[in-house]
Design a protein around this ligand. Structure first.
Ligand code: FAD
Ligand code: NAI
Length: 512
C-alpha cells in the first residue's frame, strides 16, 4: 500500500513538473509574441551606435537598458546567427533558419525603441564621430549611402575569412562563416555527388568529384569534416550506394596536429576517431595554391624534407581562421596608437579602442589576450552592457548631486541644509559604489567541439581545474549545452525538432 502511495505521489509530482514546464514554455512563447509598448528614446540622451549583430553586439543589446541612450544598430545581417551549430547546416542536419534569430524580434523586446539599419559600415571617422553606411542588399532605395553620427560607438563587426593571399582560394573554395556559406556547401556536396554519377563519367573524375577536402584543422574544419562524414555514413551511402567506394573526406592542416587549443589527450582522441571514421588527416601540409580542380600543398616529410603535392578535389572548404575586415583596417590606419596592431583593434582592459575616445570594440575584431570565440565575444558584450548601464546611472546621480548642492546653497534654515547634506552624502556613497566597476575579466567555461560519429571533445573548466573528456557522453553534453545556449526558446524548439526529424527520416539529399 505504501509503495502504491509513493508511486502515486511520484506520478503526481512528474505530472505537476510537466505542467509547470509547459506553462513556462507557453508563457515565454506568449511574451515573445506579444511585446509590450516601447518608450521613445529621449533626444537629449547620448547616441550609442552599435555595429554588427553577432555574438558581441547582441549580448550587449540583450543586457543594455536602452532607455538610457538613443541606440542605433547597423549591420548587413538583420539576424543573429548561432555559429556553433553552423557546421550542422552544411549537411541539412539542422535547417539554417533554426539557428537564426531576427534582430527585429530582439530589438522589439527592449524597453525603449532601438533603430536598426540594414547596412554595412564602410568607414568610421573617429575624429568627426561619424560612421558612413551603405545598403548593400539587392533592393536599393533612392538613398543607399549615408552617415550616422555618434557620441558613443561599439564596434562588433567580427572578422572575415583568412586566405593569406593564397592564389585561387576566393575563386574556388567555400568558406564556413555565414548562413549562405553553409547553404552553398550543402548544394555543392550534392552537386559533386550527382555530377560524379553522370553517365560515362571517367573513374578518375568520379574520384576527384567525390573527394571532399577541408583546409584548416582548427575547430571549424574538424567539426565540418565530422559532420560531412556523418552525412555520408548515415544517409548518402544508403541512398546512393554507387558512391560508397569513392566518397572521401580529407582534412589538410599546416601544423603537426589538429585542434591546437585542445589538450594532447583530446587531440589524440580526435585523430583516432577520424581514423575510425576513415577521414584522412594530412598534417604538416600547407596549401600554397588553389585551382578549380586541385590544390597544391607543401608537405613536410618525416625526415624534414619538403615536397609539393597536388591533391584533386570536388569540394574544397577553406577554414583557416580570421582576418581583419577592411573597415577595421581603415580605422586602425587613422589612429596612431593602433600602428603596431596587426590582427585587429587593440583595446584596453575596459575594451576602449586604444587611441580613440568613446569607441569600444568587442569580439573577433578586437585584440585581447583571449581566443576569438563566441564565448569571449558574448562576455565582452555583457560587460559593456553593465558598463554603459552603470555610466548612465552615474550620470544621473551626478546630475542629482549638482541639483542638491544648488538647493543646499539656497537653503533657508540649518535643519534644511543638514537634511540636504545627508542626502548628498547618501548620493556620494551611491556614486562611489556605482563607479566601482572593474575591468573586463574573461571567465573560461571550456572548449567543446563535435568530431563526428556522435562523439565530441571537451576541455571544461570545473572547480578551478580542467576536465578533458571525449566520447558519446561528451556528445550528449555537447548537444544539451548548445541547445541551452541557443538564443531563444524558438531556436531551441526548432533545433530539437530538426534533430528528431533527421533521426526519424534522415537528412534530405535533394539539391535545392
Ligand atoms: P560575429 O558573430 O561574426 O558578428 C559580426 C557581425 O558584424 C555580423 O552581424 C556581421 O553581419 C556584422 N558586420 C560585418 N561587417 C560589418 C560592417 N562593415 N558593418 C556593420 N556590421 C558588420 N565560438 C565558440 O565559442 N564556440 C563555438 O562552438 C564556435 N563555433 C563556431 C563555428 C563556426 C562555423 C564559426 C565560423 C565560428 C565559431 N565560433 C565558435 C567562433 C564565433 O562564432 C566567433 O568568435 C563569434 O561569432 C565572434 O563574435 P563577433 O560578435 O565578434 O562577430
Ligand atoms: P583556426 O584559426 O582555429 O584554425 C585554422 C587552422 O588552419 C590552423 O590550425 C592553421 O594552422 C591552419 N592553416 C592556416 N593556413 C593554412 C594553409 N595554407 N594550409 C593548411 N592549413 C592552414 O580557425 P577556425 O577553425 O576557423 O576557428 C576560428 C576561431 O573560431 C577560433 O578561435 C576557434 O576557437 C573558434 N571556433 C571555435 C569552435 C568551438 O569552440 N567548437 C568552432 C569553430 C570555431
Amino acid at each position: 500500500k505504501k509503495r502504491f502511495r509513493a508511486l502515486r505521489w511520484s506520478w503526481r509530482l512528474t505530472w505537476l513538473t510537466g505542467l509547470g514546464l509547459t506553462g513556462a514554455l507557453a508563457y515565454s512563447i506568449y511574451s515573445l509574441r506579444h511585446p509590450e509598448e516601447q518608450i521613445e528614446p529621449d533626444p537629449e540622451k547620448k547616441t550609442l551606435v552599435i555595429l554588427g549583430t553577432g555574438w558581441g553586439s547582441v549580448s550587449l543589446l540583450k543586457k543594455l537598458d536602452t532607455e538610457n541612450y538613443n541606440v542605433i544598430v547597423v549591420s548587413p545581417r538583420n539576424y543573429f546567427l548561432f555559429t556553433p551549430l553552423l557546421p550542422s547546416c552544411t549537411t541539412g542536419l539542422i535547417e539554417h533558419r533554426s539557428i537564426m534569430e531576427p534582430i527585429r524580434n530582439i530589438l522589439r523586446q527592449k524597453k525603449a525603441t532601438v533603430k536598426f539599419f540594414e547596412a554595412e559600415a564602410t568607414k568610421i571617422d573617429y575624429e568627426k564621430r561619424v560612421v558612413y553606411i551603405s545598403d548593400d542588399s539587392e533592393i536599393k532605395g533612392d538613398i543607399s549611402h549615408t552617415e550616422v553620427p555618434f557620441d558613443m560607438l561599439v564596434i562588433g563587426v567580427g572578422a572575415e575569412n583568412a586566405t593569406f593571399g593564397i592564389p585561387g582560394v576566393r575563386e574556388n573554395s567555400c568558406f564556413l562563416k555565414e548562413v549562405n556559406d553553409a547553404q552553398n556547401i550543402r548544394k555543392r556536396v550534392m552537386d559533386c555527388v550527382e555530377t560524379a554519377m553522370f553517365k560515362d563519367q571517367t573513374p578518375d573524375e568520379v574520384k576527384r568529384l567525390l573527394h571532399m577536402v577541408v583546409v584548416g584543422g582548427g575547430p571549424t574544419g574538424v567539426e565540418f569534416a565530422g559532420e560531412l562524414q556523418d552525412f555520408f555514413n548515415d544517409d548518402l551511402k544508403k541512398w546512393i550506394p554507387e558512391i560508397q567506394d569513392n566518397f572521401h573526406v580529407t582534412l589538410v592542416e599546416a601544423l603537426p596536429n589538429v585542434l591546437p587549443m585542445f589538450s594532447k589527450q583530446l587531440i589524440d582522441y580526435t585523430e583516432s576517431t577520424f581514423k575510425e571514421e576513415e577521414i584522412t588527416i594530412r598534417t604538416k601540409t600547407m596549401v600554397k595554391n588553389v585551382t578549380d580542380k586541385y590544390i597544391e600543398a607543401e608537405v613536410t616529410n618525416p625526415d624534414g624534407t619538403k615536397a609539393i603535392e597536388t591533391i584533386p578535389y570536388g569540394l574544397l572548404v577553406w577554414a583557416t581562421g580570421n582576418a581583419v575586415r577592411p573597415v577595421i583596417r581603415d580605422l586602425m590606419d587613422q589612429i596612431p596608437a593602433q600602428k603596431n596592431s596587426r590582427r585587429g583593434l587593440a583595446v584596453n582592459e575596459y575594451l576602449v579602442v586604444n587611441g580613440a575616445e568613446n569607441i569600444w570594440a568587442v569580439g573577433d575584431c578586437a585584440i585581447t589576450n583571449y581566443a576569438p570565440t563566441a564565448q569571449v565575444a558574448g562576455q565582452e558584450g555583457a560587460f559593456l552592457a553593465r558598463l554603459f548601464n552603470t555610466m548612465a546611472k552615474t550620470d544621473a546621480i551626478e546630475k542629482e548631486l549638482q541639483h542638491l548642492s544648488n538647493t543646499q546653497s539656497q537653503a533657508k534654515s540649518n535643519d534644511e541644509r543638514n537634511e540636504i547634506l545627508d542626502e548628498i552624502r547618501e548620493r556620494q556613497k551611491q556614486l562611489r559604489r556605482t563607479k566601482q566597476i572593474g575591468p573586463f575579466q574573461y571567465s573560461h567555461q571550456g572548449s567543446l567541439a563535435y568530431i563526428g560519429k556522435e562523439r565530441a571533445v571537451a576541455d571544461i573548466s570545473w572547480l578551478s581545474g580542467n576536465i578533458a573528456s571525449g566520447g558519446t557522453l561528451t556528445y550528449l553534453f555537447w548537444r544539451s549545452a548548445y541547445l541551452s545556449m541557443c538564443f531563444s526558446t524558438r531556436n531551441r524548439v526548432l533545433v530539437a525538432v530538426d534533430w528528431i526529424k533527421a533521426r526519424l527520416f534522415g537528412r534530405d539529399v535533394s539539391r535545392e
